[in-house]
Structure formats: structure tokens, C-alpha cells
Design a protein around this ligand. Structure first.
Ligand SMILES: Cc1cc2nc3c(=O)[nH]c(=O)nc-3n(C[C@H](O)[C@H](O)[C@H](O)COP(=O)(O)OP(=O)(O)OC[C@H]3O[C@@H](n4cnc5c(N)ncnc54)[C@H](O)[C@@H]3O)c2cc1C
Length: 515
């Protein structure tokens, strides 16, 4: 793919900057309409916010409370379409709202009935009131003192980084050229003053490249303003970054199959405790930050807040020593002042065209990435004067599509690719060995990630092709040498490369540990 970019002199229909949910979603949409697409990501696909979400495909109960019905209906429809197009990655999850006050069950019960109604044919299952006994049966570790009952409702859960990799593969299957480790460092303009291409380089070799474009899409999430400043250093910022952290605990904190949803924390936020990959995921926070970074750090008060809130609802309160991993993501929120001056298509995401003709898309959420991409490519095609073509993604299967992937057990999230990974193991049985007793991953997954899924570093394999770093940072650190050796064999790298990779990964993994 890199050679095809280096060899090409003709402009692409669209060049997309940013390989998160928004950028990769746009690449899938545009390529499947038949446009010529190039996507450049500065680091690895999903290195930004898109691997650091709560992993919910949801309509957003919170928006319902704010009366934003249109937004909820849109997100619920997208939730249904995603389950239809990627059944190997989206599963239904029961959420229980435990009630300790007499008014909570009727109050939230009515709201959640409205949620069911709005989902219509895209519903995931009807909500209903639970008795105290039923609540305790679903949530055996919830605090029993003062518990009156609860309400159960259904939403979707997915693995964000895996969906992103599958979307990148879908984009490539549809003819898009997608490259990781190619940062965009400049935007070029034609004589008319409009952006007509991007300057970038291959981070592995330092080799520079230029790619001409009929339209450039800036899908860099929290980094959108930095890219806009490449075209015009004086642009007013549109992003107000805010970080959210999650803590990962072992499964004993939430041993059942239901999640806990707390509609109102002490800072008036929603908090979730969710069973995820045989662990418990608890989050999140909302803390404004001055500057976005690719590896944001959790603040001590954020950690305390989550531990405190979890301790209020769980029989056994978790403490710092129980935290197996902590990860932080930055929300690319569009500042409210900006929305009024831009072509906002939905209140949830913003599409903005600068005077230079650079098109930026930001905001929204993972659940609505497909709809965001459809809106964005409609606008981009008009701006670039491309022939009109309808979006086809509402009914486009996502790479790995498989209706009964559960039968592949630990490999289920690879969907139809599981059979090829199983084949790797059949031919070389040692690849079937688990990487670590605390992790569900095996060596074949590392080989697969390197050979087929463009993993270039140990971090790519352990943070985003598998989720080892996010589930258990210490165990991930311990397996880094083995992963480096497996990758070196595939990429024909020497021992110096392996030591450098192990050192870099173990340093990074320390940021995910509290001890
Ligand atoms: C804590 C938290 C929890 C969330 N939970 C949920 C949830 O449960 N469900 C849900 O639907 N949504 C959730 N979201 C929202 C969702 O995760 C985000 O809306 C989405 O991931 C944003 O994707 P993005 O592609 O816009 O940004 P990003 O994923 O950050 O991608 C931007 C990419 O651009 C790249 N980039 C930047 N500059 C350059 C450059 N110069 N050249 C090349 N590449 C560049 C970056 O490296 C990055 O990979 C959550 C968000 C947060 C923060």
C-alpha cells in the first residue's frame, strides 16, 4: 500500500487524516461508494480515543434525560445496524439499575420504557422492574443494605479496537489504501488557496511523501485543531478536550453476566461497571484537559472518584491494589460556541469546512460512526465536485462477519477469520499456547496480527490487536519479550529491534498500572 502511494502522482478523490473510528468509518463509506481513498494514521489505528471507550453500543440513556429524542433514536438505529453488520463483535448486554430509594424504580422504569419504545424494531430486549431478590440474583456482589429492587434494560457491547481493525480491513477490502505510522505534517494549497494535498512521511523509514487530494478530511478527533492550524495558523479552536478514565478489576467484582448502571453519580454523571473479557470494567470520568495527548495520564482524583463510587454500590469495595489496568481516553467534544457557526448536521457531531476548504469532522460517539461517515462523505463529495454516489454502509457486512462466532470461543471476536487462525495453530501447535495464565490470548493471534492486521510494534499487538494491556498491564508487560520474538520472526527484525520494542512497551505499560 505504501508503494502505491509513493508511486502515485494523480490526486486521490479523498485523503483522510486520522485512523480512529471517525476516519476509518469515512474510509469504509467512501471506498464502498466507489471513490478513491487514502487514509493516513500517525501512529497505530485506534491509538487515540477509539480504543479507550467504555465499549458500549448504546442509544445514550443520558441524552434521553436531557430530552434529546432525535439523538437517541439515531443512536438506537445505529446500534441495531451495527449488530446486524458485525454480529461477531456486538453482543447484547443486560444493564441493571439498582434502586435504594422508593422513587428510583418507577422513575427510571418509565424512562427506560421510553428507551425501548424509541428503539422500535432495533430493540435489544424489553426493560422490566426487578424485585430485590431478582436484582441480587443478577448482581450477586451489589450492596444488599437498603436495596429495594432494580430495573433491567438492554444495550450493546463491543470491543472497540477490534471493531476498528475490522473496519480498517473492510475499507481495504473495498479498495481504500490505509496506512498506519504515517503522520501528516503539512497541508499544501493550490493557486486558488484551497487545500489540495497532504505532506507526510513514513515514520519507520523517514521517507517523505505527498498525496494530492480533491478533498482532505480531517478526522483527527482531539487533535483536529492542530491539523486545522496546518492550513491556517489563525483558526479559532473547535475542540474542548475532556478526558475519561476506566479501571479494570478482576471478575470477582462483577461475576454475573449483567452490568451495573448508576444513572446519577455525585458529579451528576452516569457510571458503569461492566463485565468485559472475563474482567470488570468500571468508568468513567469527565475532566477538561488543556492539550490532547496520545498517552494521557489518569489523575489521582479520577482514580479515587471511581473507586469511591464503585465502593458505594459493591459489597466488596475495590482499592488501588485491585486495579489490573487503568486507561484514559480523550473526548473530542466540539465547543458549543463553535457549533452555531459551522454546518452541524446533527447535534452530536459537527462537520466544519474552513476557508481553506479543509473539511473537519469531530464529536459524536463510536455508536454513530457509520452515520457520521455518511454525513461527512456526502458533504465531502459535494465540496470536491465528485460524481454523486449513494452510501451503502447501512447494509454492508463488516470484515469478519459471522452469525455464530461464539463457537470459536476465545477467538470469537475474529469472526470468520477465526478459522484461518485455527489453521495456523493446526500447522504449528505451539502457536496455540496461551501467552500468559492471566490472559486469554495465544501466540497465533500475535502472528496473525503481524502478518495480516498491520501490527508493527509490540504495543500494537498487546494493546489493540489483543487487549492484553487494557486487561492486565502487568501480565502484558511480562509477555512482551515473547511477543517481540514472534513479531521479529514475521517482520524479519533483529535482536536490537526486539530489545528496543520490549523496553518501550514495558515503559508504556507502567502508565497503565497503579502499583
Ligand atoms: C472515556 C470515553 C468513553 C467513551 N465511551 C463510549 C462508548 O461506550 N460508546 C460510544 O459509542 N462512544 C464512546 N466514547 C466516544 C468514542 O470513543 C469517540 O467518539 C470516538 O472514539 C472518537 O473517534 P475519532 O476517530 O474521532 O478520534 P480518535 O480515535 O482519537 O482518532 C483520531 C486519530 O487521529 C490520529 N491523528 C492525529 N493527528 C494526526 C496527524 N497529524 N496525522 C495522522 N493522524 C493523526 C490520532 O493518532 C488518532 O488515532 C467514549 C469516549 C471516551 C473518551
Amino acid at each position: 500500500m505504501l508503494n502505491r502511494v509513493l508511486d502515485r502522482t494523480a490526486p486521490w478523490d479523498l485523503v483522510i487524516i486520522g485512523g480512529g473510528a471517525t476516519g476509518v468509518g469515512c474510509a469504509v463509506d467512501a471506498a464502498s461508494r466507489g471513490y478513491e481513498v487514502l487514509l493516513l494514521e500517525q501512529s497505530d489505528f485506534g491509538k487515540g480515543t477509539s480504543s479507550r471507550s467504555t465499549k458500549l453500543v448504546h442509544g445514550g440513556v443520558r441524552y434521553l434525560e436531557q430530552g434529546n429524542i432525535t439523538l437517541v433514536i439515531e443512536a438506537l438505529r445505529e446500534r441495531g445496524l451495527l449488530r446486524q453488520n458485525a454480529p461477531h463483535l456486538v453482543t447484547d448486554l443486560a444493564f441493571v439499575v439498582p434502586s435504594y430509594d422508593w422513587w428510583e424504580s418507577p422513575f427510571y422504569g418509565v424512562g427506560l420504557k421510553v428507551y425501548d419504545l424509541l428503539a422500535g424494531k432495533y430493540g435489544f430486549g424489553p426493560s422490566r422492574l426487578l424485585s430485590r431478590e431478582e436484582t441480587l440474583a443478577r448482581l450477586p456482589t451489589v450492596k444488599p443494605e437498603g436495596l429495594r429492587g432494580g430495573i433491567v434494560y438492554y444495550d450493546g457491547q463491543f470491543d472497540d479496537a477490534r471493531l476498528l481493525i475490522n473496519l480498517a480491513e473492510t475499507a481495504a477490502d473495498q479498495g481504500a489504501i490505509i496506512l498506519n505510522y504515517v503522520p501528516v505534517t503539512g497541508l499544501t494549497k493550490g493557486v486558488d488557496g484551497f487545500v489540495n494535498g497532504v505532506e507526510a512521511h513514513d515514520a519507520e523509514t523517514g521517507r517523505p511523501l505527498w498525496a494530492g487530494a480533491r478533498v482532505v478530511i480531517n478526522a483527527t478527533g482531539p487533535f483536529s485543531d492542530a491539523v486545522r492550524r496546518l492550513a491556517d495558523p489563525a483558526v479559532a479552536p473547535m475542540i474542548s478536550p475532556s478526558q475519561g478514565i476506566h479501571l479494570v478489576l478482576d471478575r470477582s467484582f462483577l461475576p454475573g453476566n449483567s452490568a451495573i448502571m448508576v444513572p446519577h453519580t455525585s458529579d451528576r454523571r452516569v457510571m458503569f461497571a461492566i463485565p468485559w473479557n472475563f474482567h470488570t470494567l468500571v468508568g468513567t470520568t469527565d475532566t477538561p484537559v488543556a492539550e490532547p495527548s496520545l498517552e494521557p495520564h489518569p489523575l489521582p482524583e479520577e482514580i479515587d472518584f471511581i473507586l469511591d463510587t464503585a465502593g458505594r454500590y459493591l459489597h466488596k469495595a475495590p482499592n488501588r491494589a485491585d486495579v489490573l489496568s487503568v486507561f484514559v481516553g480523550i473526548r473530542p467534544l466540539v465547543s458549543s460556541g463553535h457549533v452555531g457557526s459551522s454546518a452541524a448536521i446533527s447535534r452530536d457531531h459537527t462537520i466544519h469546512i474552513d476557508r481553506s476548504g479543509l473539511l473537519s469532522i469531530a464529536g459524536g460517539k463510536w455508536t454513530t460512526y457509520r452515520r457520521m461517515a455518511e454525513d461527512c462523505i456526502d458533504q465531502a463529495a459535494t465540496l470536491a465536485g465528485l460524481p454523486e454516489k449513494q452510501a451503502v454502509t447501512a447494509h454492508l457486512n463488516i470484515h469478519g462477519f459471522h452469525r455464530h462466532a461464539g463457537k470459536f470461543e476465545n477467538l470469537a471476536s475474529y469472526g470468520s477469520d477465526s478459522v484461518v487462525i485455527q489453521d495456523l495453530i493446526r500447522r504449528e501447535p505451539s502457536l496455540g499456547e496461551a501467552l500468559h495464565p492471566a490472559l486469554i490470548y495465544c501466540a497465533a493471534e500475535v502472528v496473525w496480527a503481524t502478518r495480516v492486521e498491520m501490527a508493527r510494534t509490540v504495543e500494537d499487538a498487546l494493546a489493540r490487536r489483543t487487549r492484553a494491556l487494557f486487561l492486565n498491564a502487568q501480565a502484558a508487560s511480562a509477555v512482551a519479550p515473547r511477543v517481540a520474538a514472534l513479531m521479529a520472526r514475521e517482520l524479519r527484525r533483529d535482536e536490537a529491534w526486539q530489545s528496543q520494542q520490549v523496553k518501550a512497551f514495558q515503559e508504556l505499560a507502567r502508565n497503565y498500572q497503579l502499583q
